[in-house]
Design a protein around this ligand. Structure first.
Ligand code: ADP
Length: 421
C-alpha cells in the first residue's frame, strides 16, 4: 500500500471514528433525555392520581397551584391540603405506578405539621413486593407546604438505563467497531513500517554488495589479462577462478536482490502460447542430466497442454519448486512431476517424498523470507524467497497454487491453470 493511500485511509478512518462517536454520544444523550422526560411525565401523572385518591378519601379539595414539586431529578413533594394516612398513601403509590407500568423502587415520607417533622414511611421494593424500613433515612423537607408527602425514586437512573438497553448495546457495538478499526490501523501501520525497513535493508544491501563486486570484476579482469600473469600457468588459473567465482556471486546477488525487491504488482509478463508438457520435459531432462541420475519422473497424459504464460517466469517457477523438492528430501530423492487435465483446467503437480512441512507452516511458506524452522537437523541453505517468487508468478498469471504436505512423508505442490481457450 502506498504512503498516500495509507494516509487517506487513516484520515477517513479517523473522521469516521470521530463521526461515529459524536453521533453515538448525541443519540445516547438524546435518548436518555427523552426517557427522563417520559419518566418525569409518568411520575407526575402517578402523583396527581395519588393526590386525587387522598383528597377523595379526606374529602378535601386539592390546591389549585403547585400540586407537585420536584427537588432533584428523583425527589418529588405532593401538596394535598389534608391529613395523609401512610398506609393508604403506600397502597395508592403501588397501584398507580403499576397502572403506568413503572416498576421501580420508591420510598416515601409524610410531613407532620404539628411536630414539624418529616416522618419516614417505607422503602418499597417492586421486585419482591416487600418493604424495608430505614433505607434512605433523610428525605428533604419542602418549606411553605403544610400537608404534603415526599417520594423518592432511588433507582431512577437504573430504570432509565434498563429502558435504554438496546441503545446501550448498539453504542457498545459501535465502540467495539471503533476499537477493532483502531487495532487494524495499528497492525497495518506496523506492517508498513516493517516492509519499509525491509525495503531499506534490501536497497542498502544492493549497494553494499554490488559496489565491491563490480570493483573485483574490473580488477580480476585486469589481472586475468595481464601478460605477466598469463605467462604463469598457475597464476592465470587462480585469476580465472577469481573472475568466474565473482561472476557467479554477482549473478546470485542480483537474482536474490531482484526477487527480494519484487512485489505482487511489479512483475511484467510477456505472455506467449506454449506447450507446458514440452517445457516440463526439457527442464526435467536438464535437471536429471545435471544430477546424473533419473531422480525426477514425469507422469503425463498424451497430447499437448497449450497454455498462455511467460516462458521465463514459468521456467524459473518450475526450477524453484524442483530445487526445493530435491533440497528438502534427505536421502529419499524421488520427485514426480505430473500434468493432467482437470475439467477445463490443467493441473501441474510436483510431488516429493522428502521431509515435508508442518501444518502450522503451510500458510506461511509463500511469505517473503519465510523459512521453516528445522532446528539443527537439516542444514539446508536458502533465503526464503523461492516460493515467494513462485506465488507472485502464479498470482500474476491468475493461477491457483496449493500445497499438501505431511512431515516425513513428502510435499505436493499443485498449480491449477484455468482454461486457456
Ligand atoms: P528456501 O530458499 O528457504 O528454500 P523457499 O521460499 O523456496 O525458500 O521455501 C520456503 C520454506 O518452505 C523452506 O525454507 C522450506 O522450509 C519449506 N519448503 C519449501 N518446499 C519444500 C519441500 N518441497 N519440502 C519441505 N519443505 C519445503
Amino acid at each position: 500500500m502506498s504512503k498516500s493511500i495509507i494516509r487517506k485511509v487513516l484520515f477517513l478512518g479517523t473522521l469516521a471514528i470521530v463521526g461515529i462517536i459524536v453521533v453515538q454520544s448525541y443519540w445516547l444523550y438524546k435518548s436518555w433525555d427523552l426517557k427522563d422526560q417520559e419518566f418525569n411525565f409518568s411520575i407526575n401523572i402517578v402523583l396527581r392520581r395519588v393526590a386525587l385518591g387522598i383528597s377523595k378519601y379526606n374529602n378535601t379539595p386539592l390546591p389549585k397551584k403547585n400540586l407537585i414539586q420536584r427537588r432533584s431529578s428523583n425527589i418529588y413533594a405532593v401538596n394535598v391540603n389534608g391529613q395523609i394516612d401512610a398506609g393508604i398513601l403506600e397502597d395508592l403509590l403501588y397501584q398507580e405506578l403499576i397502572r403506568v407500568s413503572i416498576y421501580t423502587d420508591f420510598e416515601y415520607a409524610v410531613y407532620n405539621c404539628e411536630s414539624d417533622d418529616l416522618v419516614y414511611g417505607n422503602y418499597c421494593h417492586f421486585a419482591e413486593k416487600t418493604t424495608h424500613k430505614n433505607q434512605n433515612k433523610l428525605l428533604p423537607k419542602f418549606d411553605k407546604l403544610t400537608y404534603y408527602f415526599v417520594v423518592h425514586f432511588p433507582n431512577r437512573q437504573g430504570y432509565i438505563a434498563n429502558n435504554l438497553i438496546n441503545n446501550l448495546i448498539l453504542a457498545f457495538l459501535a465502540v467495539l467497531t471503533v476499537l477493532f478499526f483502531s487495532f487494524s490501523m495499528i497492525v497495518i501501520l506496523r506492517q508498513k513500517k516493517q516492509s519499509e525497513l525491509q525495503k531499506d535493508f534490501i536497497n542498502n544491501m544492493t549497494h553494499e554488495f554490488k559496489t565491491p563486486l563490480a570493483s573485483i570484476k574490473i580488477a580480476s579482469e585486469y589481472i586475468k589479462n595481464n601478460n605477466t600473469i598469463l605467462n604463469d600457468q598457475k597464476l592465470a588459473k587462480y585469476a580465472n577462478i577469481i573472475y568466474d567465482q565473482n561472476e557467479r556471486l554477482s549473478s546470485q546477488v542480483e537474482r536474490v536482490l531482484n526477487i527480494a525487491k519484487l512485489e505482487n504488482d511489479s512483475l511484467r509478463l510477456e505472455i506467449t502460447k506454449l506447450d507446458l508438457k514440452e517445457l516440463v520435459e526439457s527442464i526435467v531432462n536438464d535437471e536429471n542430466l545435471r544430477l546424473q541420475k533419473q531422480l525426477i519422473k514425469i507422469e503425463c497424459e498424451n497430447g499437448q497442454f497449450l497454455i498462455n504464460a511467460d516462458e521465463l517466469h514459468l521456467t524459473n517457477l518450475i526450477y524453484n519448486i524442483l530445487d526445493n523438492a530435491l533440497k528438502y528430501s534427505d536421502n529419499n530423492k524421488d520427485v514426480t512431476v505430473s500434468i493432467t487435465n482437470r475439467g477445463n483446467n490443467i493441473l501441474l503437480a510436483i510431488q516429493d517424498r522428502g521431509i515435508g512441512i508442518p501444518q502450522e507452516d503451510l500458510k506461511k511458506i509463500f511469505e517473503k523470507f519465510y523459512r521453516v524452522d528445522t532446528g539443527d537437523r537439516h542444514d539446508v541453505k536458502g533465503f526464503g524467497l523461492g516460493l515467494y517468487y513462485v506465488k507472485i508468478v502464479c498470482n500474476n498469471h491468475g493461477w491457483t497454487i496449493n500445497v499438501e504436505s505431511k512431515p516425513n512423508f513428502g510435499t505436493k505442490i499443485s498449480i491449477i491453470i484455468p482454461d486457456q481457450k
